[in-house]
Design a protein around this ligand. Structure first.
Ligand SMILES: Cc1ncc(COP(=O)(O)O)c(C=O)c1O
Length: 385
């Protein structure tokens, strides 16, 4: 049975070029970048070269890039580090953030911060009026993700950052799903803090970065040897950092070719599902969405049942509840779009990547309708129309 991987929003395979660049740093080039001998200096040079690669892709300065252990750490550093100097005040996040931001905001709330969760419209786009009105005199930071990991909707980040600045607050965006899939330029966006993660862009797991705009006051959340300009202590993950640099450069170089191709496959897949299966609701914005994201909800069936049956046919997809470690709760993102809980249970996410082909999309469109049909026959709620 052929395996078709349609879950690139969860993680991506490591690109061969990325792996090749990383390998020497596990064995021959194993120096600690803080040491002054040759191996140390070579490791330092590799880390700084990767920093320059990451900075160049984002349109940032090299000193504005802090390497972290991934998207979750970057998000936590942005929120906790960005707020550490202030007395507890007010914080704004969107209602559809990844748990890395959502739970960080809830933890801050337990420490005395007031938090507003800004609603989104039916397409998963933040309600800009509600956002603007939520700011208070003591609002210190707003965090709205660039692109949503479940339904793919892309937020008006530049406008949201501008509003935050007018109100005197810092602006952070979790761009973990966007970097590598869409052009991301920190200057154009005007953000203060931006998170990214290696394993979503054909780099390794356990490496990420936080862009910290020059002049932004940030406190570390890890204390130790003062690495990364005192912002992230801990011996640098040199192979991971090297891999992230190459992954960023490779993704940026391929973007003009990959993006339109994925958008075409995405639209074909979405239209094919809508045509072949009755009572399907597509999720997320029709056009303002990630190039590879298709999300929908199928009435009268469970997302997990579809996922497991598709898996048995070789197709790897995700239900809307993913990213929360196999949770069977309906996704807070899908609920925030206004779906009823019973419909949210039938949600599914397909996230296409570079290596997917039209034949794979065609094969999916053939395999999926009979699976839904069978599951619906078993559903007590389903009455065939
Ligand atoms: C939007 C978003 N933010 C943050 C993360 C967490 O990133 P990492 O897995 O690198 O910790 C993810 C990954 O699931 C994500 O999709």
């Amino acid at each position: 049975m052929k395996t078709v991987y349609f879950d690139h929003a969860a993680t991506t395979p490591v690109d061969r070029r990325v792996l090749d660049a990383m390998l020497p740093y596990f064995s021959e080039q194993y120096g600690n970048p803080s040491e002054l001998h040759r191996l140390g200096r070579e490791a330092r040079a590799a880390v700084e070269a990767a920093r320059a690669q990451v900075a160049a892709v984002l349109g940032a300065g090299e000193k504005e890039i802090v390497f972290t252990a991934g998207g979750t750490e970057s998000d936590n550093l942005a929120l906790f580090g960005g707020l550490a100097r202030s007395q507890p005040g007010h914080l704004i996040v969107s209602a559809i953030e990844h748990p890395a931001v959502m739970e960080a905001a809830r933890a801050l709330n337990r420490q005395g911060w007031a938090v507003d969760f800004i609603p989104v419209d039916g397409d998963g786009i933040v309600d800009v009026d509600a956002y603007e009105q939520a700011f208070r005199d003591d609002t210190r930071l707003a965090s709205v993700m660039f692109a949503n990991n479940v339904v793919g909707s892309v937020q008006p980040v530049a406008a949201l950052a501008r509003i935050a600045h007018e109100k005197g607050a810092l602006f952070h965006t979790d761009a973990v799903q966007a970097v590598g899939s869409l052009p991301v330029d920190v200057g154009e966006l005007g953000v203060d803090l931006l998170s990214l993660s290696g394993h979503k862009l054909y780099g390794p797991k356990g490496i990420g970065a936080l862009y910290v705009k020059r002049g932004t006051r940030l406190q570390p959340i890890l204390h130790g040897g003062g690495h990364e300009r005192r912002l992230r202590s801990g011996t640098e993950n040199v192979p991971g950092i090297v891999g992230l640099g190459v992954a960023m450069t490779t993704a940026a170089a391929q973007l003009p070719e990959v993006r339109p191709r994925l958008e075409r496959l995405r639209d074909k897949l979405a239209a094919g599902v809508a045509e072949r299966i009755p009572e399907v609701t597509s999720l997320g914005h029709p056009t303002q969405r990630l190039p590879g994201n298709v999300a929908f909800s199928v009435r009268y069936v469970e997302g997990e049942s579809m996922l497991l049956r598709l898996d048995a046919h070789g197709f790897m997809v995700s239900s809307g509840s993913a990213c929360a470690s196999g949770s069977l709760e309906p996704s807070h993102v899908v609920l925030a779009l206004g779906l009823r809980a019973e419909d949210a249970h039938g949600s599914m996410r397909i996230s296409l990547g570079r290596e997917n082909t039209e034949e794979e999309v065609d094969a999916f469109l053939e395999a999926f309708p009979p699976i839904v049909d069978k599951l619906r026959q078993m559903s007590p709620l389903y009455v065939k129309g």
